[in-house]
Structure formats: structure tokens, C-alpha cells
Write a protein that binds this ligand. Structure first.
Ligand code: ADP
Ligand code: MG
Length: 271
């Protein structure tokens, strides 16, 4: 063995990209010595540290690539305030099993009830579980596809949005689609169908999606694929913030009631 230069080990660790072991080498050697670890135990400890750092890096990078609009976690979601949401079902979705099964999740409900919060929280959990995620507002998605289509680069963009294991499409239905947009969205849904998962948030009931897409035939084709293996969570009630304000006495009168969406809530997978 070549022990000539003192930094020989460091250089080998660099070359092997074992940077956590390299950077913490003295501490790790001390720890192994103090704990009177066997060589095998010491190697296990070193590998654990390296893997922990690599996981941490992957998670941080994936959080960045996902382009979430804000940071929200399940721990920050007040389930008590939202009895229409089944905590167990949300926890189950957060494991990412629905992604492995290529299923879709629809989060429906009026504005302010926590749809985007839950979408981001689930997105972050599944990243930790090892999946790749991309978050995109529905309007940005269709505008990007329409622009790419006009520039002859549709294929490239479809591939971009088809790549992440989970695509979160937020706020579908806040504005109706342009005539061509529904068809572009359909192409994306078809591309992802049974290969990756979709999570869609919408303030519109499923029955209204025909008018969102502006084309009943395309809407039916989209829904056919999305609802085939799907989890539908319908959140009822009023905006969380308005509710909190009223509770703290900032609002005197009841806020105008939001129409509740009447889509039946399915537990687990319906097909
Ligand atoms: P939506 O997407 O349904 O319009 P958001 O998810 O954007 O609503 O929620 C609006 C704000 O209220 C966000 O800051 C969100 O974190 C917060 N919020 C909504 N519901 C809850 C809840 N049940 N517990 C904690 N915060 C909530
Ligand atoms: Mg939202």
C-alpha cells in the first residue's frame, strides 16, 4: 500500500466521492476508537454517514427541482380544523405508494381550504421517500405546452412534464382552458398514464370539468384516464384563514359561504 503522502487517503476518498467520510475523517476515526469498534463496525458507521449525507443532498436538490410555491408540511396541517379530510388517507398518500401504482390524486374544494398546502406537503413527503416531483400551476402548464406547440417543441415539453414520478398540477379550473389547451393537457395525461402519477388540485367539482376544458369529449377522455385509478379527496368548509381571523375576533360577521362541491369522496382506489 502506498502510505507515502499524508493526504493519500483523503485523495482516494475524494476520487470515490465519499466526501462525508473525507470531511469527517478525524471525527469518525476518533469515534471508532473511543467506541472500540471492530473494523467491520467502523466501516458500517462510515458508510452510514456517507449515505446520510447523500440522502440529504438528494432531498435538498429534489425540493429545489420540484418548484413548490411555498414550504408546507403535514405536521403544519390542522386536521382538526378540517374534519372532511381523512388524516389516515393523507398519511397513506404521503408514503408514495400511489405513485408506485401509477394512481391519480384529486384534491377538490373551495379556495383557501388547504388543497395546495396538502399537495405541497404530500410532494415533500414523497421526495423524502425517494420519488421525483414537479409542481406546476395548471395555467403555467398549459401556457408552456401551447408555447412549445407553437414553436415546434411540444415533444420536448411533454417529455419534461412526463419525467417526474409525480406531477402536481395546481389550481385546475380557476380559469377555463383555451380551445387547444385541453387537447395539449390530454396529451400529457395520456403520456403519463400508468407510467407516473398525477396529483391535481381544483376548486371545481368533477362534473364541471367539461366546462373547464371547454370540450366535453376531451374532458371525458381526460377524466377517463385520471379517474381510472384515483383517490378523490373533497375538502369542504370555508377558507382556513378566514376561519382563523373570525376566531381571533378580526372578522365579526360570517364570511359569505362558499358553495360546497358535491363529489362523492372515495376511500382508496375506485375504478
Ligand atoms: P387552497 O389551495 O385550497 O386555496 P391553501 O392550501 O393555499 O388553500 O391554503 C391557504 C392558506 O391556509 C395556506 O397558507 C395554508 O397553509 C393555510 N391552511 C389551509 N388549511 C389549513 C389547515 N387545515 N391547517 C393549517 N393551515 C392551513
Ligand atoms: Mg391553492
Amino acid at each position: 500500500m502506498a502510505f507515502e503522502t499524508p493526504d493519500h487517503l483523503e485523495r482516494m476518498l475524494t476520487r470515490l466521492k465519499l466526501t462525508a467520510i473525507r470531511d469527517q475523517l478525524d471525527g469518525l476515526l476518533d469515534e471508532a476508537g473511543r467506541g472500540e469498534l471492530t473494523i467491520r463496525e467502523a466501516l458500517t458507521l462510515f458508510c452510514e454517514r456517507e449515505i446520510a449525507r447523500k440522502d440529504q443532498r438528494r432531498i435538498e436538490m429534489s425540493f429545489g427541482l420540484a418548484r413548490f410555491p411555498f414550504v408546507r408540511d403535514l405536521s403544519g396541517f390542522d386536521f382538526e380544523a378540517q374534519p372532511s379530510v381523512d388524516k389516515g388517507q393523507v398519511r397513506d398518500l404521503a408514503t408514495g405508494r400511489f405513485i408506485a401504482n401509477g394512481e391519480a390524486v384529486l384534491l377538490l374544494g373551495p379556495p383557501g381550504v388547504g388543497k395546495t398546502h396538502l399537495a405541497v406537503a404530500i410532494g415533500r413527503e414523497v421526495i423524502v421517500a425517494g420519488y421525483t416531483v414537479l409542481f406546476v400551476p395548471a395555467m403555467t402548464l398549459v401556457a408552456t405546452l401551447a408555447k412549445a406547440h407553437a414553436e415546434g417543441r411540444l415533444e420536448e415539453k411533454l417529455a419534461h412534464f412526463a419525467k417526474p414520478k409525480l406531477l402536481i398540477v395546481d389550481e385546475l379550473g380557476y380559469l377555463p382552458f383555451e380551445p387547444d389547451a385541453a387537447h395539449l393537457f390530454f396529451q400529457l395525461v395520456s403520456r403519463r398514464y400508468e407510467r407516473g402519477a398525477l396529483l391535481v388540485t381544483s376548486n371545481r367539482a368533477i362534473g364541471e370539468w367539461g366546462s373547464v376544458f371547454g370540450d366535453a369529449v376531451v374532458a371525458t377522455a381526460i377524466l377517463d384516464r385520471m379517474l381510472h385509478h384515483s383517490h378523490v379527496i373533497t375538502i369542504r368548509g370555508e377558507s382556513y384563514r378566514l376561519r382563523e381571523k373570525r376566531r381571533s375576533g378580526l372578522l365579526q360577521k360570517a364570511a359569505p359561504a362558499h358553495p360546497t362541491i358535491n363529489t362523492s369522496k372515495s376511500e382508496g382506489v375506485s375504478s
